[in-house]
Design a protein around this ligand. Structure first.
Ligand SMILES: Cc1ncc(COP(=O)(O)O)c(C=O)c1O
Length: 453
């Protein structure tokens, strides 16, 4: 099941009991077989028990002393990983395929895949080789690297809305740049937004953001056509852009995105679709490829470079040319390591139907987790999301924390309150571990509820 799509339709589909293992593909030269080699290498991870890091045990306390929230990435804070007051591993010493080894030398199967930044697998050999090669030639210099041009050309060939490309490092940067381009192009201020776009001021309701910055950003709910139309009517001739995160736990109605497209056309405004999660996951070109609805600008990141820091704004030439009238620049935006990684990811997508495999693998993981839930008769939780990016919705956060902790003891880490992401590296053995771990988690929650009466 996991690797079938990668080897073409002629490969017979295995029965669930005899699902593909990477070893069965070992003769092939496709990227999948390189991944199989990667899992073999992972045996080394067990040796991390003697690593120097192990002699300095309390990484959590050390982190809390020098990092204001214990982790620079919000979703990797202790409370985000394990729940308020929950305990569990916080730092890793090695990640390979879908396996992570923590500072105690414990190895588990990762369902979070670095918040969806990694869709192939950690330290995937081909991506790694491209990145190391780029690094060895000097990742930055006085001039732009050739990889910037090559990857931009390939993205323009692949993504329907793309005639030109601007590279950045983070998703937040890319969406902020797209909004800036839309405002520059239209000479207008108001932005209608639905979704999560990162931490930058224009997209945030957090403390520390001046009210004036929020003033021209109108938030609307996901997939709500009347709310969209009302916001467009209120914005009138001041509407610069509509920015949509296209998939939030489920696909939107096509009518919602089509309506946004039509409103932008009527008002002379810019439709921005944020493909940071959906790009190179649902389809290589993301939601726009799936829906056939082409935005003016789109943003990509995460799976585009399999965990190397890279994001991009892609769009129609005349809108992208607004770059010449404003100022958007970042010192390391064109570092060749992340661009080379993206080039290797693009190679993967040429050689194999990666997105189909992610969907199949995600469907298998989801259904096995759901079967474990049903068998355990655990209540207060349901499985939601799309197959390549699915999540558990718990009624009680305490139950969720208990589930995460019990599942982790049984060998798999699930994401609290957000997506679990399927990866090419989730092979049959890993999926078995995930199912067993989910089962242990659900049973722990069920038994705890029974004890409470
Ligand atoms: C749809 C979307 N846009 C933007 C971002 C922000 O990306 P980053 O965290 O890389 O800044 C995210 C991050 O999860 C995202 O999911």
């Amino acid at each position: 099941m996991v690797f079938r799509k990668l080897f073409g339709a002629s490969t017979p589909a295995p029965s669930p009991a005899a699902a593909d293992s990477p070893a069965s593909d070992a003769e092939s030269q496709s990227p999948a077989s390189e991944d199989a080699g990667q899992d073999a290498d992972f045996e080394d991870a067990e040796r991390f028990g003697d690593a120097e890091e192990m002699d300095r045990p309390d990484w959590g306390a050390r982190a809390a002393a020098v990092l204001p929230t214990g982790a620079s990435t919000g979703s990797k804070r202790p409370s985000a990983l394990h729940g308020e007051g929950g305990e569990g591993p916080l730092h890793f010493v090695r990640a390979s395929g879908c396996h992570v080894t923590d500072t105690d030398g414990q190895t588990f199967v990762d369902c979070t895949m670095a918040l969806g930044a990694v869709a192939l697998g950690y330290a995937e050999k081909r991506v790694l080789a491209a990145a190391v090669d780029a690094a060895s030639r000097g990742n930055v210099a006085a001039l732009s690297p050739v990889e910037e041009v090559e990857v931009a050309e390939r993205l323009c060939d692949l993504v329907p809305c793309a005639e030109q490309v601007l590279f950045m490092k983070t998703g937040a940067e890319a969406v902020s740049a797209a909004v800036r381009l839309a405002r520059t192009y239209t000479g207008r201020d108001v932005v209608i937004a639905s979704g999560y776009f990162g931490w930058h001021d224009w997209a945030s309701d957090a403390e520390g953001v001046p009210a004036a910055v929020r003033g021209d950003v109108v938030r609307i709910p996901f997939d709500d056509i009347p709310a969209l139309e009302a916001a467009v009517a209120r914005a009138g001739a001041r509407l610069a852009a509509i920015v949509l995160e296209p998939v939030v736990e489920r696909m939107p109605s096509a009518a919602w995105v089509q309506r946004a497209r039509a409103c932008c056309d009527a008002a002379g405004s810019i439709l921005i679709v944020d493909e940071i999660k959906t790009g190179f996951r649902l389809r290589p070109a993301g939601y726009q490829e799936l829906s056939g609805i082409t935005p003016d600008l789109a943003t990509f990141g995460k799976a585009m470079s399999n965990g190397f820091p890279l994001s991009a704004v892609l769009g129609q030439r005349d809108v992208m040319q607004a770059m010449r009238r404003t100022w958007i620049s970042s010192t390391l935006a064109s570092d060749s390591v992340a661009l080379a990684a993206a080039g290797a990811v693009l190679d993967w997508h040429v050689e194999a139907d990666v997105c189909a495999t992610l969907a199949e693998t995600g469907a298998e993981i989801r259904s096995r987790v759901d079967a474990a839930r049903e068998a355990s008769r655990c209540s207060g939780v349901r499985i939601a999301g799309e197959d390549p990016m699915w999540l558990m919705k718990w009624d009680d956060p305490a139950d969720e924390s208990l589930f995460i902790s019990a599942a982790l003891h049984a060998g798999a880490l699930f994401k609290r309150g957000a997506y679990n992401y399927a990866a090419i590296a989730h092979d049959a053995a890993a999926i078995d571990v995930i199912e067993r771990a989910a089962s242990e988690g659900f049973i722990a929650v069920r038994d705890s509820a029974a004890r409470r009466g």
